[in-house]
Design a protein. Sequence first.
Length: 116
Amino acid sequence: MVYAKRWRIECLFANLKSKGINFEDTHFTAKDRIGNLTKLVVLALTICYLIGLVRASYQPIMVKTHGYKQNSFFRYGYDLLIQKLNNNLYDAIKLISLCISYLPMEVKCKKLISIM
């Protein structure tokens, strides 16, 4: 039980660092800037996770032969968001704005699926 919680934290830090957001590459030293950047990074991580979770509800993540999923929910959402940012900026902005909207989760998920 403790290991499972620890593993989730390890995955979070991996996503913040080398597997996506590259938080450590900023080289900031001012505490206020680090604090503000941390807030933005956590928001970005949450948006990617939500997009990945919704995407996996209608297009499941492939399971490898060893029994583990090919991607995390974060990575699944991150890849889709990057694809949208590169190919269709309007849809990417709609995805992000829906994720941070105050809509009920069921409504939000239906609208996200329609954009994906």
